[in-house]
Design a binder for this molecule. Sequence first.
Ligand code: GAR
Length: 202
Amino acid sequence: WGTLHNNLKKINTAIFFSGRGSNMESLIKATKNQNFPASIPVVITNNKSAPGIQLAKNHFIPVEILDKNKFNRSEFESNSQKILLDYKIEMICLAGFMQILSKKFVYSWQNRIINIHPSYLPKNKGLYPQKQVIDEKASYTGCSVHFVNEKIDDGKIILQEKVKVMHNDNVQTLSDRILEKEHIIYPRALKKIALEILEIKN
Ligand code: GAR
C-alpha cells in the first residue's frame, strides 16, 4: 500500500508582514514540503501597497489586508484576532512586520509569536540594524529568530547565524548577505518550534 503521509499533523501558522515579503516567501516555500510540521493558511499585512501581497497570491495563499491608514493598532489587532480564530491559527511568524504589537496582543499569544531580526541579537536592536553595524565598524553581525515578548527585539533566541562584515561593505551589500542567511534560518526555526508545539499537544 506504500506509505501514507496524510496523517502528519501540522501547526497552522499565520504570517504578518509589511513590505517586500521575501522571508514570508521562504517560509511558504518550506511549508510546501509534505513533511514540514507547519502550514500557512493565511497571511496578514498592515500595508496595502506591500509587494509581498503579490508574492503570497502567487502561492495561492489568502492575504488579509488591514491597512495602517484605515486601521489603528487596536483595530488591526482585534481584526487580526478574528482572522486568526477563523483560520484556527496556533502560531504567528512576523516577517518584516514593521508595527509594534501591544502587550495585550503579545500576552494573548505568549510563546506563539516569533520574529526575525537582521542582527546578531542582543546586539543592534531596533530600526536600521545593518546601518548601526556599518557605523560601529563592527567585525560581524548576523540574523536572529526569537520569541516576541512585550519588549522590542528582546525575547528568547531560537536560532541565530553570524555574518562577517567586509571592509568594503555598505548597508546594501551587508543587508543582502544577511538576508540570504535569514531565508535559511527562519524556516528552520519555524520547524523547530512547530515540532515542539506538536510534542506538547500529543
Ligand atoms: C528583513 O531583513 C527582516 O529581518 C527585517 O526586515 C526585512 C524584511 O524583508 N525585519 C526587521 O527589521 C524587524 N525588526 P522581507 O519583507 O523581504 O522579509
